[in-house]
Design a protein around this ligand. Structure first.
Ligand SMILES: C[S@@+](CC[C@H](N)C(=O)[O-])C[C@H]1O[C@@H](n2cnc3c(N)ncnc32)[C@H](O)[C@@H]1O
Length: 247
């Protein structure tokens, strides 16, 4: 059933080994064997983000994520951006149908006590965006901006709340995709052929993608639409993942 603003109760999450698990989708938000490292390996290295930033000059580099969840991917990307000399401005555009409650988001800070993740102002900003969405589902965009410690460019987060079918059409042209919508077996809606077609429409020559999944139907759908698809060794105990780019 597509999400509506009110159906994101805390009870739909349980914790296993300190990692949030969705009872609705019976899947983990990130790996038990080092979520931070997995995010870096799969999405940043899989997309070659740093070398793409070096080539993009001063124009805004747009990352599109399917599944905001706990925000882990944005924090990993933000940290790399802050440690990059003279990076481009980045717009990180994501979507989320079942936003986690702030209590659950705050557990990410406990998992990574040395990182500056969900600080108070950010949590309040998220919370008030959810309240606005709950009152009026057409007001579903949350934005927040970070500054770089030693250059003028901003890092802007934009999260659309709602079902992927309503949110993905609002995305602009994307330079790198993070495909992170739970396993395709457990959540086929995030990997439907309509979704893949829209990814293609919102991509330009050279747009890259990366995902922890290596499902055969996904590889075929991406290849049919003109993406070069490469199988790689997955993170930790995972045998395979895929990444690639639009020809
Ligand atoms: C694996 S989690 C994302 C993990 C996340 N990137 C992180 O860093 O924590 C997948 C996310 O997709 C969201 N999702 C699942 N089905 C959806 C749908 N049909 N529309 C929008 N979001 C959906 C889930 O609520 C969940 O937050």
């Amino acid at each position: 059933m597509p999400p509506t603003p009110k159906n994101h109760p805390e009870t739909s999450i349980e914790f296993k080994d300190g990692v949030p698990v969705s009872k609705l989708f019976d899947d983990v938000y990130f790996s038990k064997q080092g979520g931070w490292e997995e995010s870096h390996f799969v999405f940043l290295e899989g997309n070659g983000i740093q070398s793409k930033w070096e080539q993009s000059g001063k124009s805004t580099f747009r990352i599109g994520e399917l599944g905001f969840g706990s925000g882990l991917n944005i924090f990993v990307t933000l940290e790399v951006w802050k440690f990059t000399n003279n990076p481009p401005p980045v717009a990180f555009i994501s979507l989320e149908g079942y936003p986690l409650t702030t209590n659950i988001l705050l557990t990410l800070n406990t998992s990574y006590p040395n990182k500056n993740l969900w600080f108070e102002e950010l949590i309040h900003s998220y919370e008030s965006a959810i309240q606005i969405w709950e009152k009026d589902p057409s007001e579903n965009l949350w934005t927040y901006t970070w500054d770089h410690p030693n250059n003028q460019h901003p890092f802007t987060l934009q999260v659309y709340f709602g079902d992927i079918r309503d949110c993905l059409p609002k995305f602009p042209e994307i330079h790198s995709w993070y495909l992170d919508g739970f396993s395709p077996m457990k959540n086929p809606d995030m990997w439907s052929s309509d979704v893949i077609k829209q990814l293609r429409e919102k991509s330009v020559k050279g747009t890259s993608f990366a995902t922890f999944s290596s499902a055969g139907f996904l590889r075929r759908n991406l290849a049919e639409l003109g993406f070069v698809v490469e199988k790689k060794k997955g993170f930790g105990r995972k045998r395979e993942m895929i990444s690639g780019f639009l020809k």
